[in-house]
Design a protein around this ligand. Sequence first.
Ligand SMILES: *[C@@H]1O[C@H](CO)[C@@H](O)[C@H](O)[C@H]1NC(C)=O
Ligand SMILES: *[C@@H]1O[C@H](CO)[C@@H](O)[C@H](O)[C@H]1NC(C)=O
Ligand SMILES: *[C@@H]1O[C@H](CO)[C@@H](O)[C@H](O)[C@H]1NC(C)=O
Ligand SMILES: *[C@@H]1O[C@H](CO)[C@@H](O)[C@H](O)[C@H]1NC(C)=O
Ligand SMILES: *[C@@H]1O[C@H](CO)[C@@H](O)[C@H](O)[C@H]1NC(C)=O
Ligand SMILES: *[C@@H]1O[C@H](CO)[C@@H](O)[C@H](O)[C@H]1NC(C)=O
Ligand SMILES: *[C@@H]1O[C@H](CO)[C@@H](O)[C@H](O)[C@H]1NC(C)=O
Ligand SMILES: *[C@@H]1O[C@H](CO)[C@@H](O)[C@H](O)[C@H]1NC(C)=O
Ligand SMILES: *[C@@H]1O[C@H](CO)[C@@H](O)[C@H](O)[C@H]1NC(C)=O
Ligand SMILES: *[C@@H]1O[C@H](CO)[C@@H](O)[C@H](O)[C@H]1NC(C)=O
Ligand SMILES: *[C@@H]1O[C@H](CO)[C@@H](O)[C@H](O)[C@H]1NC(C)=O
Ligand SMILES: *[C@@H]1O[C@H](CO)[C@@H](O)[C@H](O)[C@H]1NC(C)=O
Length: 415
Amino acid sequence: MAPAIYHLLSFLLYFTQFTVVLSGTVRRAGSTCTVQASVNGSDDAPAILEAFQMCGKDGSIELHDTLYHIETVMNTTGLSNVRIDLTGTMLWGTNLTYWISAGLPLNYQNQTTAWALGGDQVVFDGHGVGTFDGNGQLWYDLTDGVSNFPGRPISLMIVNSTNSHYTGIRFVQSQFWTLAITNSTDIVMDGIYVNSTSNSSVPATNTDGIDILFSDKITLRNWTVTNGDDSMSVKANSTNILIQDAVFHGGLGVSIGSIGQFNGVFEMIQNVTAEGVLAIGSNYAGYIKTWTGVQQGFPPNGGGGGLGFASNITFRNFTLQNVTQNVAMITQCTSFEGATGDCDTSLFQLSNITWGPGITGTIQTDTLATLQCSGDAPCPGISILGLDEVTSIGGSEVKCSNVVNPIGFNCTGST
Ligand SMILES: *[C@@H]1O[C@H](CO)[C@@H](O)[C@H](O)[C@H]1NC(C)=O
Ligand SMILES: *[C@@H]1O[C@H](CO)[C@@H](O)[C@H](O)[C@H]1NC(C)=O
Ligand SMILES: *[C@@H]1O[C@H](CO)[C@@H](O)[C@H](O)[C@H]1NC(C)=O
Ligand SMILES: *[C@@H]1O[C@H](CO)[C@@H](O)[C@H](O)[C@H]1NC(C)=O
Ligand SMILES: *[C@@H]1O[C@H](CO)[C@@H](O)[C@H](O)[C@H]1NC(C)=O
Ligand SMILES: *[C@@H]1O[C@H](CO)[C@@H](O)[C@H](O)[C@H]1NC(C)=O
Ligand SMILES: *[C@@H]1O[C@H](CO)[C@@H](O)[C@H](O)[C@H]1NC(C)=O
Ligand SMILES: *[C@@H]1O[C@H](CO)[C@@H](O)[C@H](O)[C@H]1NC(C)=O
Ligand SMILES: *[C@@H]1O[C@H](CO)[C@@H](O)[C@H](O)[C@H]1NC(C)=O
Ligand SMILES: *[C@@H]1O[C@H](CO)[C@@H](O)[C@H](O)[C@H]1NC(C)=O
Ligand SMILES: *[C@@H]1O[C@H](CO)[C@@H](O)[C@H](O)[C@H]1NC(C)=O
Ligand SMILES: *[C@@H]1O[C@H](CO)[C@@H](O)[C@H](O)[C@H]1NC(C)=O
């Protein structure tokens, strides 16, 4: 072989190996696919997708490198009997223009996600260390407090899923809502750590810990949530939801809703229990919010006129430390930002909602509860049990409108 050609071939061989080693790769052994991160910080999503393609049925996906860069959206749905182990960090990229245009749809409120994940019998184990880092500060600064900025993606959407378990996963600096579970049944998520904290002067708006939609039999246990919006939120068509043993730092507490945003659309929430919660500096223990009956503007930031009901909701065994507003809050007055009035127009029916027993601790106002039910759909079956165990700053007001036969408390004024 002529020396020139030899040198060219060895150069090409070297170059080929070099590029292969640089980008993310999948090593497969039987039904186990191990993803090796790129060494030059290029996008690892293609390798991760390939691993799910090869081992996403009756297999396992292993993510054990220190850092995986995710620069493109991932859709890994239709999995079955798969185990995912993550002990490193997945870091979402900084090309906000890309994410805004490329997000996968939640099919609700015009929201999108960076990763749609789902299937039957999915076990996702972060072993207490595996981390999702959404690079959220860029999003907090970009949106500067504007609510529901179009295309700002949910970190992880669990979708079309059954019989699945997510455990020991950390989510930091989420881009938007941290998690959404939608169209899913029999999902347990435990040992979950969420922390979205802005380090600039703008708030970490819309960084909900989790939103549950169109789902049945969901258990959230042993969570720690630090964020700037709903700590956990149960939204449209969610049933049989159990929240147990959580610590909230800031945030709004456990939210039911908002709901009733879509004019003429019927949605419901039934059988939600939240217990064993420590709320530190959160706005509320349990918060229920519906849109008014009069549509103003369009979703996601406007709307109203939705129909349906929320029933059999229980918040019990909460410890409150410096909760900033109230123990119990109902509003049926949610409306387009800046719009006012129509608070008695919602036809969305709230009933059988209980705070207590076992709610203790401190709030930083003189108003223990603010319960504003719609004049057009007064609320029966509202109970607040053992409210005298909560220390407020002076007064112990309970402001009510359209609460039918309060149980365990007296209204001291109107909202
Ligand atoms: C960011 O993403 C947009 C849209 O996909 C693309 O046109 C642009 O080239 C990307 N920018 C960088 C620096 O990669
Ligand atoms: C994800 O992929 C599945 C299967 O290919 C497809 O049916 C689904 O529409 C995709 N979802 C999104 C949000 O793109
Ligand atoms: C919905 O989101 C897309 C981007 O994902 C945006 O272009 C559009 O304006 C949004 N629509 C509304 C009504 O906000
Ligand atoms: C919900 O998920 C199931 C699969 O689990 C699928 O058959 C069904 O079509 C999905 N429904 C919607 C509205 O996405
Ligand atoms: C969920 O399943 C439905 C029906 O098969 C499909 O249309 C939808 O795209 C799936 N969602 C995702 C995110 O894959
Ligand atoms: C709660 O979750 C944390 C973080 O994953 C874990 O270290 C701890 O053991 C869990 N506690 C219980 C009681 O399961
Ligand atoms: C949340 O993150 C911030 C900023 O990194 C940190 O100061 C704070 O201690 C964390 N909170 C919890 C509860 O881990
Ligand atoms: C209500 O939800 C709880 C979980 O919190 C569950 O144990 C119970 O079976 C559900 N009730 C009904 C009637 O489905
Ligand atoms: C919610 O569930 C109810 C009762 O099953 C159903 O009638 C309604 O269509 C669902 N709403 C949506 C938006 O899918
Ligand atoms: C109502 O909530 C209680 C307490 O969580 C639960 O035990 C019961 O099963 C629920 N009933 C219905 C009909 O959902
Ligand atoms: C209240 O919740 C705490 C924390 O999860 C738990 O240790 C305690 O046993 C619960 N108490 C009751 C009476 O359920
Ligand atoms: C509650 O607030 C008071 C007064 O601002 C402060 O002294 C106390 O340390 C706070 N307690 C907690 C648990 O944050």
